[in-house]
Design a protein around this ligand. Sequence first.
Ligand SMILES: Cc1cc2nc3c(=O)[nH]c(=O)nc-3n(C[C@H](O)[C@H](O)[C@H](O)COP(=O)(O)OP(=O)(O)OC[C@H]3O[C@@H](n4cnc5c(N)ncnc54)[C@H](O)[C@@H]3O)c2cc1C
Length: 392
Amino acid sequence: MKLQLSEEDAAFREEMRTFFTTQIPQDIRDTVTARRELSKDQIVRSMQAMNAAGIAVPNWPVEWGGKDWTPLQRHIWHEEMQLAGVMPPLAFNASMVGPVIAAFGSQELKERFLPKTANLDIWWSQGFSEPDAGSDLASLRTTAVREGDEYVVNGQKTWTTLGQYGDWIFTLVRTDPTVKKQAGISFLLIDMTSPGLTVRPIELIDGGHEVNEVFFDNVRVPVENLVGEENKGWDYAKFLLGNERVGVAPVGSTKRTLAQAKEYAKTAGAGGTSLLDDPLLAAQIAELENDLLALELTALRVVANSADGKPHPASSVLKLQGTVLQQAVTELWVDIAGPNALATGAGEGSDVPELARTATPNYLNYRKASIYGGSNEVQRQIIAGTILGLRG
Ligand SMILES: Cc1cc2nc3c(=O)[nH]c(=O)nc-3n(C[C@H](O)[C@H](O)[C@H](O)COP(=O)(O)OP(=O)(O)OC[C@H]3O[C@@H](n4cnc5c(N)ncnc54)[C@H](O)[C@@H]3O)c2cc1C
């Protein structure tokens, strides 16, 4: 494998770097760099700026706004946006429902939804998980019973990320309860303003409101909102989940956060001394830097070997190690911030630096990373079975 970028790819990297550091509004990049929560408006503006430049959905078919980029170019695009403190395009739109509609939806669904999905004119939520149906997703119980030209949907979804902003929700629903569980599932698009649909917040350990429960009480959905064929939803869900895992190794943003921690540590000791003089901390940082470099090289190897746009099985390794390192760096931040990490409630006028104040909420928030996108225990099972050939 060649590690040196070709001249063409190096120029592409420069082009992306220039775009992300000059064309995405500064307030958005400042919010990401300070590790504060982005508002809905900021997320929308950020994706719309990318879409205006034609680079919000490079993974889609070209006729719907995609780019004929190589996997390596897509990797560079993703890494440069993270290094610049830019939030990647909303995953529910760009890497989940968009590719599914483009691959399996009718022409009518494509025309109706894809342009608005790419431009975040529609904010999508993901309605897959249910109580007792997370890792064992095929056990889901939400039903859709056909009555004439409509499905009548009843049931509950949970952990719906940012569902409070959602305009539409893509769901997995049971349309045939009499067959093997994977065979009776359909992929249905539901307008979140439909009568009978309720979104209820779940309170999180970091005090934030990021996930929700969604209830369906006799929600009527036109049959034309079915994606693909009835009872084939499991195939589309597997396609979607493979894509979901590819984007969850945020090497670029973890690198940025680690570099910030190192910089902060330089003057964070007693009387402004450097914490980097502590050999234990210095070794911890060096180890994390090495692990990140190894992960980056692994990501590049996966990129170099992924054929015809299909997710590589090693995407499970990226998900696993990417989130392990993401969590390790949020923990390092709490260590470096020391007692200042307790000042989470301090406001704007506080003497405590903002990055120290956000250390604890971030640490707590990122416990989620090893659960969503398929829990890390389940990724280990996949790695053992499909990559190492260790079938039990
Ligand atoms: C912050 C957050 C946001 C989320 N956002 C969304 C969203 O927007 N939309 C959505 O549909 N879902 C979302 N999810 C749900 C997420 O996909 C599930 O939480 C995840 O798949 C795990 O399922 P579960 O919570 O039911 O846990 P369970 O599957 O009950 O797992 C419990 C424990 O058992 C372990 N376990 C389960 N099966 C195995 C196995 N076969 N081998 C070894 N260990 C196993 C798990 O690893 C875990 O430790 C989100 C979750 C979180 C935490």
